[in-house]
Structure formats: C-alpha cells, structure tokens
Design a protein around this ligand. Structure first.
Ligand code: NAD
Length: 379
C-alpha cells in the first residue's frame, strides 16, 4: 500500500428512475442540453424514451447520435459542431462508455480551444467543461463517475486517454431498468469489463484503502449478480447490483488505476475492432495467471467474491482458472484466435501497450517481451 494518497469523491450519483431527468436539468438551470447517444440506443428505444421525458418536462434540447463504439476524434468533432450550431449549454450522455466518453469530450471542447487530442494525458484540461449529466445504459465502464474519457485517433490507430477531475460528470443517474434492452453478449462483456476494473484496481501497485474498499464492494456485487444479469437483463435486482457494481469499479480504478489487462486491451480495440469488454475479459485470466507470482493474499479474496466454490487449499493459480470458467459460462470467447487476432500484429500492439501508464503499476514488473508473450498466450 502507498504511504500517501489522495482521492476526490465524484459528482452526485442519483440511483433513481430516468424520469427525474427534467428535475435535474431544472435544478442546474440548464437551458439547452445536447443529448449525446448512438444508433444502438436509438434502435433499443432508449433515445425515444429520454426524448419523451424531456419533451414532457418542457425541456429545450438538441440531439447528436453520431457516436460509434470506441468513439473517434471525428465523432467528437461532429458532436461539438452540432453543440455549437444549436447554441447548447450542457451535455447529457446516454449510453455505454462510448457515448459517455464522447459527451465528456464534447463538453471539453465547449470551453477549451483546439483539438480534443490536445487534452490527452493527465490533467491537461484547462477550463472546466460545461455541465455533464451521464446516464449509463451498460454495466459497464463506470464512466459516469470517472475522470476519464477514451477517444480513438483513427489516423494513428491509437486510443488516447484524457484523465482530468474536471470531467467527472456533475450528475450520474443510475436507472437499472435501462439495461433491460442489452443483448446478452454485451451484458456479459461489459459485466466482465467492470469486474476487470475492480480486480486490476485492487491489485495495482498504487491501490489504497479507498480504492480497495470500493473495489471489494464492486467485486461482491458483480460476483453475486453477473450470472443472473446475463441470464435475464430484465431481472431488476440483478441489473441494480451490476449497475452499482460497475459504478464502484469505476471509482476504484479512478483512484487505484489499472494494470496489464487494460494496457493490452486498448490496442485490440484499435487494430481488430474488438469491443473493449470482450478484450478485457479474454485477457483477464491470462494476466491474472502471470501476476499470481506477485500475490500478497488478495487473490483468495477476489476468488471468494466471484466463485461459488469452497476451496480448502487455495493457490493463486486457481483464480485465473475460475475467471476463465466464468467467461465460458457467460459465453465470452476463450481466446484471441477466436476473435481473429493475427499474431503478426503482436509487436505493434505490444509497443502501444507499453505506452500505457498502467503497465508500470501492474503488480508484477512487466517488459515489452512479457507483453508479447502474454498476447501470444491469449491467442
Ligand atoms: P459501448 O458504449 O461501446 O456500447 C456497445 C454497444 O451496446 C453499442 O452498440 C450501444 O449502442 C449498445 N448498447 C448500450 N447500451 C444498450 C442498451 N441498454 N440496450 C441496447 N443496446 C445498448 O460499450 P461500453 O463497453 O459501455 O463502452 C466502451 C467504451 O468505453 C470504450 O471506448 C472504452 O475504451 C471506454 N471506457 C471508458 C472508461 C471511462 O472511464 N471513461 C472506462 C472503461 C472503458
């Protein structure tokens, strides 16, 4: 554990029905929010639901639906153009991590000059963005409470991260019923993404008591609910557990940061368009196995949160096996080969992964050659 640390608590989290949205907007005296979302949410009927709630609440608003999964700089520029054209004054992000991150980026451009990539890295956002209200529909990235936005530079084939306390959404509305329309495969991969956040933050070299506490609560909730939620996304209790679990995981990694899984997952999204959650889920058991050597007792606690087995003689290696089996039960591919990843790209992907700050805080020291080997094993 670190001998000094600090953390900032998030904006307001309202665990409530989406129907409260007009009240939230009125409280903040917002005059014209831009609703940022994507076509998947439109097809699922959630954009219409929010539009109707806003209209019934007499709220003036504009819509931008041009967000793609792993949102690009172009998506952000197009969203900001819509924001300016219609004189908006705030952003409502409706969706998974992609729509929330794109909305955060649009909110940055609303008060800061230049290009969104100028704000990549740690604390590079100068002026506070306009008000951001985040409504997650996956459980999930936790982006609704994190100081993070991940955007893809399509020209350079690289995903960059903006990390700034200023982009923590002012208000997050967590309504478990919004997850009811999630297809089972997206529920599974986004659920494993949330679990990966909690596990990596918990094991990271810079974890501290606050990050540990929320990571443990997150693992407890996800371990208890992920199977039931993937089996039936309309199970309100399971969805509520997952939404809270992913929010706690978001808090955990905001302050405990992450590790090799995330460093290696981002290039898989960029080079092979693999959804973020799927990449994390496939890599998690491989990296846990590699990190087992560095375990100081946390592996057994993680195991107890996610497993249904009672094990007498626990060994850290059992955790990787357990996660692998959980993936299998949830219908997640067992290897990168199944996802058509080509081993020729390993050197380039490993080079990009090494640029991530998360490798440096992974519990076991990791070199470029180790990352290549880990990709190879995941294949
Ligand atoms: P996503 O936002 O890309 O959504 C995946 C698909 O699911 C989309 O097609 C979307 O339309 C659909 N979808 C979402 N909710 C739905 C619902 N309720 N019903 C039907 N369809 C629905 O997926 P994600 O995994 O939530 O986000 C991934 C992105 O978030 C990546 O770019 C990743 O890098 C980023 N990320 C950000 C943070 C952060 O803190 N900002 C953390 C982790 C990951």
């Amino acid at each position: 554990m670190r001998d000094n640390f600090s953390f900032k608590v998030p904006g307001e989290v309202k665990f409530d029905s989406i129907e409260i949205l007009p009240e939230v907007i009125e409280e903040k005296a917002l005059e014209k929010p831009l609703l940022v979302s994507d076509n998947g949410l439109q097809e699922a009927g959630l954009v219409k639901r929010v539009k109707d709630i806003l209209k019934d609440g007499d709220i003036d608003f504009e819509i931008f639906l041009g967000v793609q999964p792993n949102p690009s700089m172009e998506n952000v520029d197009n969203g900001y153009a819509r924001y300016k054209e219609h004189d908006c004054d705030s952003v409502i992000c409706l969706g998974g991590g992609s729509s929330i991150d794109a909305g955060k980026a649009i909110a940055i451009l609303a008060t800061n000059d230049g290009n969104i990539i100028d704000y990549a890295g740690m604390h590079a956002v100068e002026n506070s963005p306009v008000s951001i209200i985040a409504i997650p529909t996956t459980a999930g990235t936790g982006s609704e409470v994190t100081p993070v936005a991940v955007i893809t530079d399509e020209e350079k084939n690289y995903k960059f991260t903006i990390y700034s306390y200023k982009i923590i959404p002012e208000t997050a509305i967590l309504d478990p019923d919004l997850a009811a329309s999630l297809p089972a495969d997206i529920a599974a991969s986004t659920g494993m993404d949330a679990l990966t956040h909690a596990v990596e933050a918990y094991l990271s070299k810079i974890s501290h008591p606050f990050a540990d506490a929320v990571a443990e609560k997150s693992m407890e909730l996800i371990g208890k609910n992920v199977r039931k939620f993937v089996a039936d996304r309309k199970n309100h209790e399971a969805a509520a557990g997952m939404l809270l679990g992913s929010m706690f995981a978001g808090l955990a990694f905001s302050w405990g940061r992450l590790g090799n899984v995330h460093a290696m997952a981002e290039p898989l999204g960029v080079y092979f368009d693999i959804p973020h959650g799927v990449a994390n889920a496939v890599l998690l058991p491989v990296v846990l196995d590699y990190n087992a050597l560095a375990d100081e007792g946390k592996y057994q606690r993680i195991f107890n949160y996610i497993s249904r087995k009672n094990v007498d003689n626990f060994r850290p290696e059992l955790l990787a096996k357990e996660v692998y089996e959980l993936n299998e039960k949830l219908g997640i591919p067992g290897s990168l080969s199944e996802l058509k990843v080509d081993s020729d790209y390993i050197p380039d992907m490993a080079e990009d992964a090494m640029k991530s700050g998360n490798v440096k805080i992974n519990p076991r020291q990791t070199t470029y050659a180790d990352i290549c080997q880990l990709y190879q094993e995941a294949l």
